[in-house]
Design a protein around this ligand. Structure first.
Ligand SMILES: Nc1ncnc2c1ncn2[C@@H]1O[C@H](COP(=O)(O)OP(=O)(O)OP(=O)(O)O)[C@@H](O)[C@H]1O
Length: 679
C-alpha cells in the first residue's frame, strides 16, 4: 500500500487525507503525534495544513567523524521520533556539538548514515531543520519583536500573507512566553537588553519560526537558573508533543526534573556511545553492569560521574552499550542487518537511480511500529515520484523560502533599521555638527583669491579625507559583528547572499549620506557660498567619495576575520592614500608617482578642485604663478592643478572613482561568496 504525501497526522486518530480543493477544509490544522499525550488547551495554533512540514523520524547509524587524525565521533547510533525529545549528554569535549553539527549536515562524516524518515539528509531536509546554536547571535539594537518579524518575513514562504506571518510571530511569542519583553532590545555587553534566559528563548523562537520538523538545540539550558531551565524545557517538550516536532538537544548537568522530560537519551563518552535508549531505563542499564545509583541521587549526575571515571570503567560502559545493540528491543532501523540503507543509497548519500522501494525489506517494514512505518511510506511515495524523474537528485531540490525581491526588500529595511542608531547616533551628530562649525570658523568666508588658495585647498582636502576615512572605518567596524548574524542566517538557508549584499549597499545609503551632507550644508556656506551649482556638485562628489571609501572598508572587513589585522591594513592604506592625495606632498619622487594612481583621495581631491576652481581665482599681488602679470590678473583652474603635477579631467576622475566603487563591491561579494562562506 502506498500512502500519498497528502496524508498527515491529525488528532489522536489516524492519518487522514487532506480534503480536495473544492472540499471545505479547516483553516488551521493542529498536527498531533500519535501515542503522545495531546495538549488540548488550544495553546498552539499552527500553520495552514499545506504549510506544515511532514513530521520527521530521525535515525542515524554508525556516525564517525574526525578532526584531522583525531577521531571525535565513533560509531554513534540514535533514533528519535516526532514528539520525542532526545537528550545528548556526556562530559565536556565528548562530541555533543560535533554530533549536532553532523545531524544538521554542517559536518562531513567519515562514515555513517543519517535518515529523515527514510531519506538521506539532503538540502530539502536541511530546510526542515532548525539548529539553535550555543551562542545567541543577534543584531543588538533591534527589539525582540522586530527580530522575529524580520525572521518571519524572510524565512516563511511567500505563499503566506504578511498578516499570516505576523500571526505566526504572535503565536511563537506566546509559546515561548516572551510577551512581556517583546519590545525590549536584544542588547549586548554595553547596552542592557533581554536577560540571558530571554535571549536564549529568543534564539529558539527565531528558529521555531521556520516551522521546522527537526529541532537541534545546543545546550539550550546553559546559563539559565534552574527555574528558567525547567520552564524552557517544559515549553520545548510541550511544543514537540503538540506540534509533532522531533527534538535533539545537548544537556550539560540537568536537574532530575529536566532529565525526565527527555524521552530518549544518548550518552557519549570519548565520542562513543555509552548508552542509547529510553531515559527511564538508563539507571537499570547501569545497574546491569554493577553500577548502582544511591537512593534520591540525581540520575543525570550519577551517569555523568560514571562516564567521567577511570578508562577501565569507561570501556566497560562502552562495551555494555555495544552489547545492548544486540537486544531484541534495540530499534530495527538501527540494526546493522537492516538493508534499506546500504542497498538503496550509495555512500555519498545520493539516491540511486532505481526504484528504492523495491529494496526495502518487507520484514524491516513489518517490524517497525505502525506510525513510523506510515511516515516512512508517506515520505517514500513522495521520494519515489521524484526518483522516477530523470535526475537522481531531484528529490533534493532546494528552493529559497522567499523570492529575491522579498529578501532584498526585507533585508534593506532591516539593514536600515539596524544601522540607523549606530550610524546616526547622538555622538555622530554632535561630531558632525561640531566639526562642520569648526571647519566653517577656521576657513571663514574665504575670497576666491590666490592668497586664500592654500586654505580653500585645505578645506577640500580635510573634508574629503575626513568623510572618506569616516565611511571606511565605519564599514570596517560594523562588518565583523554583522557577519556573525549573516553567517548564521546563511547557514540555515534564509536568503541569497546577493540579496543581502545588494540590500546592504542600498539600505545603508541614506544613512551613509546623511552626515556628510549635513557637514557640507554647514561648512561650505561658512567658507563662502558663491554658486548653488558649485555647492551641489561639491556635495555630490563628497557623497560619491564617501561611498567609494565605504566599499573599500567593506572589502577589507570581508577579507579579514581578525579586527586587528583589518585595522592595520586599513590604516596603512588610508594613510598612504592621504600622502599621495596631492595636498600633503606635491613633489613626489619620480619613482613613487605611480602610487598616486592607487590613491582614491587623489581622484576625489582633484575633482573637488576642478569644480570649485572652474572659474579660476584672482592673482595675488606677489603671485607664485608665472602667468600672473600686470595684464593678466586671473589664474585658470588648469594652472592650479598643473602646479600639483599632471591632472585628469573631471569625467576621468569620476570614472576612476566609480571603478573603485564597483571593483571593491564586486570583490567584497566574491570574498563572501567563495572564500569566507560559512561552513
Ligand atoms: N575543528 C576542530 N578541530 C580540532 N578539534 C576539534 C574541532 N572541533 C571539535 N574538536 C574537538 O572535538 C572534541 C569534541 O568537541 P565538541 O565541541 O563536540 O564537544 P562537546 O561535547 O560539545 O563539548 P562541550 O560540552 O564542552 O561544549 C573536543 O575535544 C574538541 O576540542
Amino acid at each position: 500500500m502506498i500512502i500519498s504525501k497528502d496524508l498527515f497526522l491529525l488528532g489522536d486518530q489516524d492519518y487522514l487525507r487532506l480534503p480536495n480543493k473544492d472540499e471545505k477544509r479547516p483553516a488551521m490544522i493542529r498536527p498531533v503525534v500519535k501515542s503522545q499525550r495531546i495538549d488540548t488547551t488550544g495553546h498552539f495554533p499552527c500553520l495552514l495544513a499545506d504549510q506544515r512540514p511532514l513530521p520527521v523520524h530521525l535515525a542515524f547509524r554508525g556516525l564517525s567523524a574526525s578532526a584531522g587524525p583525531r577521531p571525535i565521533l565513533r560509531d554513534v547510533d540514535g533514533l528519535v521520533r516526532p514528539g520525542q525529545v532526545l537528550a545528548v549528554m556526556g562530559p565536556s569535549g565528548c562530541g555533543k556539538t560535533t554530533l549536532l553539527n553532523a545531524l544538521s549536515g554542517r559536518l562531513k562524516l567519515d562514515a555513517g548514515h543519517i535518515f529523515f524518515n527514510r531519506e538521506p539528509l539532503c538540502k530539502r531536509w536541511k530546510r526542515k531543520i532548525c539548529y539553535v546554536l550555543q551562542q545567541d547571535i543577534f543584531f543588538p539594537d533591534l527589539t525582540l519583536r522586530q527580530t522575529l518579524e524580520y525572521t518571519a518575513r524572510l524565512r516563511l514562504p511567500d505563499t503566506m500573507s504578511y498578516s499570516q506571518k505576523m500571526q505566526y510571530v504572535d503565536h511563537i511569542i506566546d509559546v515561548l512566553e516572551l510577551t512581556n519583553c517583546q519590545d525590549t532590545i536584544i542588547g549586548d555587553y554595553i547596552k542592557r537588553g533581554l536577560s540571558g534566559g530571554e535571549k536564549k528563548r529568543a534564539n529558539i523562537a527565531c528558529e521555531l519560526l521556520t516551522n521546522p520538523s527537526l529541532m537541534l538545540l545546543d545546550e539550550p539550558t546553559s546559563g539559565l537558573d534552574s527555574h528558567a531551565a525547567h520552564s524552557l524545557m517544559t515549553t520545548l517538550k510541550r511544543y514537540a508533543v503538540s506540534e509533532g516536532k522531533t527534538v535533539v538537544l545537548t544537556l550539560h548537568q540537568p536537574s532530575s526534573q529536566i532529565f525526565h522530560l527527555c524521552d530518549k537519551l544518548l550518552l557519549l563518552c570519548n565520542g562513543q556511545t555509552a548508552y542509547y535508549g529510553d531515559t527511564c531505563k538508563v539507571v537499570d542499564f547501569f545497574s546491569s553492569i554493577g553500577l548502582n545509583i544511591m537512593p534520591h541521587y540525581n540520575p543525570a549526575d550519577f551517569i555523568l560521574e560514571q562516564v567521567k571515571g577511570s578508562s577501565d570503567l569507561q570501556q566497560r560502559i562502552i562495551n555494555a552499550a555495544k552489547e545492548s545493540r544486540r537486544n531484541k528491543d534495540y530499534p530495527i532501523e538501527l540494526q546493522h542487518d537492516c538493508h534499506y540503507i546500504s542497498d538503496k543509497y550509495d555512500h555519498s548519500n545520493k539516491i540511486l537511480p532505481h526504484n528504492p522501494y523495491s529494496n526495502i525489506e518487507q520484514d524491516t517494514l513489518n517490524a517497525m511500529e505502525p506510525d513510523v512505518r506510515r511516515l516512512w511510506l508517506d515520505t517514500h511515495s513522495h521520494a519515489s515520484s521524484s526518483v522516477s524523474s530523470e535526475t537522481s537528485d531531484a528529490d533534493c531540490y532546494f528552493s529559497w523560502p522567499t523570492s529575491f525581491w522579498t529578501q532584498f526588500k526585507v533585508l534593506s529595511q532591516r539593514n536600515f533599521q539596524e544601522a540607523r542608531p549606530r550610524m546616526l547616533s547622538k555622538l555622530n551628530w554632535v561630531q558632525t555638527i561640531g566639526l562642520g562649525i569648526l571647519a566653517g570658523l577656521l576657513w571663514f568666508q574665504l575670497d576666491r583669491k590666490e592668497e586664500a588658495l592654500h586654505d580653500i585647498q585645505g578645506w577640500m582636502f580635510f573634508s574629503t579625507t575626513y568623510w572618506m576615512l569616516f565611511a571606511h572605518f565605519g564599514a570596517l567596524s560594523s562588518f565583523p559583528p554583522e557577519r556573525e548574524v549573516i553567517n548564521k542566517e546563511r547557514q540555515s538557508g534564509a536568503y541569497r547572499l546577493s540579496a543581502y549584499y545588494l540590500a546592504k549597499m542600498i539600505g545603508e545609503l541614506p544613512l551613509t549620506m546623511s552626515l556628510p551632507a549635513v557637514y557640507h550644508l554647514i561648512s561650505y556656506p561658512m567658507l563662502g557660498f558663491h554658486s548653488p551649482m558649485v555647492f551641489l556638485t561639491l556635495l555630490g562628489f563628497l557623497l560619491l567619495n564617501t561611498i567609494v571609501a565605504q566599499s573599500v572598508g567593506f572589502f577589507i572587513g570581508a577579507c579579514c576575520m581578525d579586527m586587528q589585522v583589518s585595522i592595520t591594513i586599513s590604516a596603512l592604506y588610508t594613510l598612504a592614500t592621504q600622502l599621495f592625495g596631492g595636498y600633503l606632498a606635491t613633489n613626489i619622487p619620480a619613482w613613487l608617482t605611480w602610487m598616486k594612481y592607487l590613491s582614491m583621495i587623489h581622484y576625489a581631491y582633484q575633482n573637488m578642485q576642478i569644480v570649485e576652481f572652474t572659474d579660476g581665482i584672482q592673482c595675488a599681488s606677489q603671485s607664485k604663478f608665472k602667468l600672473c602679470t600686470s595684464d593678466l590678473n586671473h589664474i585658470p583652474m588648469s594652472s592650479i592643478l598643473e602646479a600639483q603635477g599632471s591632472y585628469l579631467p573631471l569625467w576621468a576622475n569620476t570614472l576612476v572613482l566609480l571603478a573603485f566603487l564597483l571593483v571593491f563591491r564586486v570583490l567584497g561579494y566574491i570574498v563572501l561568496r567563495f572564500f569566507k562562506a560559512p561552513k
